[in-house]
Every structure is written in structure tokens, then in C-alpha cells.
Design a protein around this ligand. Structure first.
Ligand code: ST9
Length: 105
């Protein structure tokens, strides 16, 4: 398997995990975390953001646009790799938090 195919396979697996999580559960991702995944996902799927920034009356659209646009000309492969790194990081944070909560429970 080539390096790019491997990158694509890992990215697809990470995307599938996030899309199959229940909307509500014990873990509540922050807006910052959600926007980071969103921006990297768009960069990986669509490439650099070329749309114009939504206007004042669409604040959610502006947050989403900013989250995507911040990655500039990052390549799609780099965005896929960063998305996979991010899910590992967040999963580790969840594990660490659970350990702390169990100890203090
Ligand atoms: C819980 C169980 O408590 C235990 C948790 C264990 C912890 C595991 C740790 C792993 C990390 C988790 C990180 C979560 C981060 C969430 C990020 C959400 C963005 N990635 O097709 P549409 C875009 S679980 C990024 O209509 P769906 C898509 O481009 C409790 N973005 O929607 C579109 O935007 P636009 C917590 C994606 O299929 C927009 O989303 N549960 C992805 O109805 C809508 O797309 C959760 O956090 C993607 N993979 O929903 C649930 N796919 O229109 C997380 C699509 O601008 N999952 N988009 O292009 C979800 O919220 C949804 O499945 C969804 C897709 C939003 C990702």
C-alpha cells in the first residue's frame, strides 16, 4: 500500500468514527474541537477554501468559514494526516479525563 493510500485509509476510518458517534453522550466536544475537525475535514475533502466569507447575519457560517480558511494552502494529504492526529489527541484526552474522574469519584 502506498503512503498516500495509507493516509486516505486512516483518514476515512477517522471520519467514519466521528460520523458514527451518537449526537449526545458522556463526552461533549467543545466548539473549538468541533471547528478544528470541521476545518480539517473541509480542507481534506475540498482543498483550500475559495468561498467568500459569510456575512454578519450568518455567525455560524462565519465560524465554519474561519475554521476552514485558516488552513490556507495546506495540501489535502496534510489535512488528512492532521485530522487523524487530532482524533488520536482528543481520544487520549478523553481517556486521561476518565481516569482522573474515576480516581476522584
Ligand atoms: C460520546 C461517546 O459521548 C463516547 C465518546 C468517546 C470519545 C471518542 C473521542 C474521539 C474524538 C471525537 C471528536 C468529536 C468531534 C466532533 C466533530 C464534529 C464536526 N468531520 O453530512 P452532514 C461536516 S459521543 C468533520 O449534513 P451529518 C460536513 O462537511 C458524544 N466535519 O451531517 C457538513 O458541513 P458543511 C459526542 C464533518 O452526517 C456538516 O459536518 N458526539 C464530518 O448529520 C454536516 O454534515 C459527537 O461529537 C466529519 N467526519 O453529521 C458527534 N462529516 O455543510 C460527532 C461531515 O458546511 N459527529 N462533516 O459542508 C457529528 O456531529 C456528526 O456525525 C457530523 C456529521 C456533524 C460529523
Amino acid at each position: 500500500m502506498s503512503e498516500i493510500e495509507d493516509c486516505l485509509r486512516r483518514f476515512q476510518a477517522a471520519v467514519d468514527v466521528i460520523q458514527s458517534l451518537p449526537k449526545n453522550g458522556s463526552y461533549r466536544p467543545s466548539y473549538e474541537v468541533m471547528l478544528r475537525f470541521y476545518g480539517l475535514y473541509k480542507q481534506a475533502i475540498c482543498g483550500p477554501c475559495t468561498a467568500s466569507r459569510p456575512g454578519f447575519w450568518d455567525p455560524v457560517g462565519r465560524y465554519k468559514w474561519d475554521a476552514w480558511n485558516q488552513f490556507g494552502d495546506m495540501s489535502r494529504e496534510s489535512a488528512m494526516a492532521a485530522y487523524v492526529d487530532e482524533i488520536k489527541k482528543v481520544a487520549q484526552e478523553v481517556i486521561d479525563t476518565m481516569q482522573i474522574n474515576e480516581k476522584t469519584a
